[in-house]
Structure formats: structure tokens, C-alpha cells
Design a protein around this ligand. Structure first.
Ligand code: PLP
Ligand code: COI
Length: 340
């Protein structure tokens, strides 16, 4: 009989939950071992592991969805595999072959199928792969050994309310430097962002928006998500910068905006002084999905886009199209969906 778990699927937020099995693979002397699924959710590491001292680690985030007819599918898993390889290269860590990554994610989802939220609940199974430098070495140099692990957990909305507008404030801090690691998904970027997030939440905002580290005049990221705006003449615009994470959701929206909604699209500088050009704005990412931006506080003034309570028509269409593909209600472009 299939295992059943008691979970309030409709009220899931974005919190850790221990599920039954996770994948674990070890790299030593030039090779990844063949990897295992294990019930143990505690990692055993040397105290001088470089991931603990010097941040030699990177991670990914993607989701598995239950479709209407009961199938399980992953969204753009090959893109996460490629981005993890890029992060590994940047931090001098051994890359995970794409097939290994996809199989590890698929095996973990299948082993924890009981935790996959049912279709129609708004939930999904969030998958968290990571690579960390281990083995004891205290000098600042790459680790001699590495762990690749993948765990998963059921999640709902990342920002409270999901597809309802929330407000953001501009951060005085940077999350990444202009020739730093902003384009990679490495823990150090997130450690640097914690204080700005804390200040924003304390002031009643959902999170903060980062400006470009060189001039502090252009929008970069929205917390742990990318920014997009819809101009008054219906162009989909999103920032271009060497210090933001290349969001897989953002590139999916760029494609859908152009090819399904028929909008003009561009990746370009988005000046914080020119927010008036947008009639709608949003944050996008795996965890955030699309979170409409009600307003942005800048220089003590709240700039409201479409509305602080209602979602604009283009944002709604983008959300409906993206989530319909993720949930298997409509077919996505070739290669976007991996069925398990
Ligand atoms: N920007 C940051 C800093 C993130 O952590 C994430 C989350 O992964 C994103 C953007 C969105 O990227 P993706 O759409 O690939 O999840
Ligand atoms: C994601 O959207 O996958 C993220 O990694 C965002 C955050 C939870 C770090």
C-alpha cells in the first residue's frame, strides 16, 4: 500500500520538513561515487571542512509537480543541472554530470512521493540539491573532498499570500559584487543578504530590492527572486546585470511573454528613478513563482505599480501560463518538462 502522510496541503508555507529519503554522493580522488538514498538527514562533516569556513558550497532549487492525471513532473531540471555546474566551476568544485543530477532529483522525488502535494492544492515538492567542500583543510584553498546531496520537502507560497501583491523596500546593502559571485547560486550571496532582509521585514515589507553594486541606480534582484516589469505599452522588461542570478523562471517568462502573449521583451538596465514607465511589476523565481509587486519604497516614498491589492492583467496571464505548464494542464515548449 502507498504511504500516506497527514499534511495540511493547502496551508503549506516554505519551511523545512524532513522527508523520508535523500540522495548522497561523495567525491574523493577525482571521482564521484555512485551515490545512495539514505534516511539519515544529518551530514557528518570534518570540523575543518572548507564549506563551513570559506563558503565553498553551492546549491539549486527546483520543483516537482503532481499533474491532474496523477503523473509527476519536473520543470526545466536540465537548466538547474547546468547552473549548478556553472556554480561548481566558479568555486573550483567538481561538476555533477547532468544525467547524475537529473537521476538524483528524480530518485529523491520518487522516494518521497507521499510528500508531493496533490494537484489543485497550490503546493509542490521543492528539491534542494547542493555541493559542499568537505574534508579537513584549514588553509584557504579548495577542499580535497566533496559531497553532493539532494533533499526535498513539500512547499506552498514563499511570500505570504502567493499571487497577491506585496511591497518591497530598497536595500542599502549589496548582496553580490559586480565581478563577484552574483551570477552563481552560492551560499555567500545569501549570507550577505540576511541583514537587508531582516531590516525590510522589520519595517513591514515582504523583502528588499537590491540595486546594482557599482552605481546603486539600477534594480538587480528582488530578495531571492528576479525582477520584471510590464511597461505602459506592454513590453516585458527585466534587468540585465553581471551580478544577478540567471533565473530559470525569468528566462521562461521571457519566452512565454514573447511567444505566447506576443509581447516585446528586453533584458536591459532598469533605473530605480524610472519606475513610472511600468504599469505592473513582479518578482519571479522557483520559490516565489510570480509574486506581484504592489509597491517599492525608495527615498521614503512608496511607488505603487498596478495596485497594492489587485494583480495586473499581464502578470495574471504570465502566472496562469507558467503554472499551467508546470502542472501539466498545457504543454510547454520542448524540453521544459521531465516526466518521472
Ligand atoms: N535570484 C535569486 C537570488 C535566487 O535565489 C533565485 C532562486 O533560485 C532566483 C533569483 C530565481 O531563480 P530561479 O527562477 O532559477 O529559481
Ligand atoms: C529558489 O527559488 O529556488 C530559491 O533558491 C530561493 C530561496 C529559497 C533561496
Amino acid at each position: 500500500m502507498k504511504k500516506k502522510v497527514e499534511i495540511d496541503w493547502k496551508n503549506l508555507g516554505f519551511d523545512y520538513m524532513k522527508t523520508d529519503q535523500r540522495y548522497l554522493s561523495y567525491w574523493k580522488s577525482g571521482n564521484w561515487d555512485k551515490g545512495v538514498l539514505t534516511e539519515d538527514n544529518v551530514l557528518h562533516l570534518g570540523e575543518a571542512s572548507p564549506c563551513l569556513h570559506y563558503g565553498q558550497q553551492c546549491f539549486e532549487g527546483l520543483k516537482a509537480y503532481r499533474t491532474k492525471n496523477g503523473d509527476i513532473q519536473l520543470f526545466r531540471v536540465n537548466q538547474n543541472a547546468k547552473r549548478l555546474q556553472d556554480s561548481c566551476r566558479r568555486l573550483l568544485m567538481p561538476e555533477i554530470p547532468e544525467e547524475t543530477f537529473i537521476k538524483a532529483c528524480s530518485d529523491v522525488v520518487k522516494a518521497n512521493e507521499a510528500y508531493l502535494p496533490p494537484y489543485g492544492t497550490g503546493g509542490s515538492l521543492y528539491i534542494r540539491p547542493m555541493v559542499i567542500g568537505v574534508g579537513n583543510s584549514i588553509a584557504v584553498k579548495p577542499a580535497s573532498e566533496f559531497l553532493f546531496t539532494v533533499f526535498c520537502m513539500p512547499v506552498g507560497a514563499y511570500f505570504k499570500g502567493g499571487m497577491t501583491p506585496v511591497n518591497f523596500m530598497i536595500s542599502a546593502y549589496d548582496r553580490a559584487a559586480c565581478y563577484g559571485t552574483g551570477q552563481q547560486k552560492v551560499g555567500g550571496n545569501y549570507a550577505a543578504s540576511l541583514i537587508a532582509h531582516k531590516i525590510a521585514v522589520k519595517k513591514g515589507f515582504a523583502d528588499c530590492i537590491y540595486l546594482d553594486p557599482t552605481t546603486h541606480t539600477k534594480i538587480e534582484e528582488v530578495g531571492a527572486a528576479n525582477f520584471f516589469g510590464i511597461t505602459k505599452n506592454n513590453h516585458f522588461v527585466t534587468p540585465k546585470s553581471s551580478s544577478i542570478l540567471p533565473s530559470i523562471t525569468k528566462y521562461s517568462l521571457l519566452y512565454l511573454a514573447e511567444n505566447v502573449l506576443g509581447l516585446k521583451t528586453s533584458e536591459k538596465d532598469v533605473y530605480i528613478d524610472e519606475l513610472d514607465e511600468f504599469s505592473e511589476a513582479g518578482a519571479c523565481g522557483t520559490a516565489a513563482v510570480i509574486t506581484p509587486i504592489g509597491g517599492i519604497e525608495y527615498k521614503n516614498k512608496l511607488h505603487v505599480f498596478f495596485s497594492e491589492t489587485e494583480v495586473g492583467p499581464i502578470t495574471t496571464k504570465l502566472y496562469d501560463t507558467l503554472t499551467a505548464i508546470q502542472l501539466g494542464d498545457i504543454e510547454g515548449p520542448e524540453g521544459w518538462i521531465t516526466k518521472l
